[in-house]
Design a protein around this ligand. Sequence first.
Ligand SMILES: [Zn+2]
Ligand SMILES: [Zn+2]
Length: 147
Amino acid sequence: MARYRCVKCAPRPRGFLFESDKPECPRCGAKNELMLTPMTLSGFARITQVQELVDVHLLVEDIAGPIPDGNVRKYVACQKERDELARNKFDQFHASSDPRAVTCRSCMTTPAYEAINKFFLSIDPFYRERTEIDAKVQAGLVLKPKG
Ligand SMILES: [Zn+2]
Ligand SMILES: [Zn+2]
């Protein structure tokens, strides 16, 4: 199971997010085939309508956390036992202390994320607005105009 975004049936840059075994949009049928769009000086930009996503996890500050970071200790919200971020240079692991950058669904269901995210929603009106628009896009209430 991987996560993808479709930018054919929902507006860029966020698009419509879905989980699937194959890169094919369940809503509009778009696949991750290369598409050429005339938008750069050199001629064409290569983009795909369905793009695979790499998850960003939430880093939580905690004195009992297994990951040292300067003067504080942290843990990854969905993997409390994980004691380092990338295990080797080929390991892709992305994490952030800012919930606005987090995309991991497992992290998003933790009480730590809910508390930190609630705080950011209260101080950042742009984030609040984007979160509301995202919810509408996911529910199919905002569709990209045809053409
Ligand atoms: Zn689609
Ligand atoms: Zn996570």
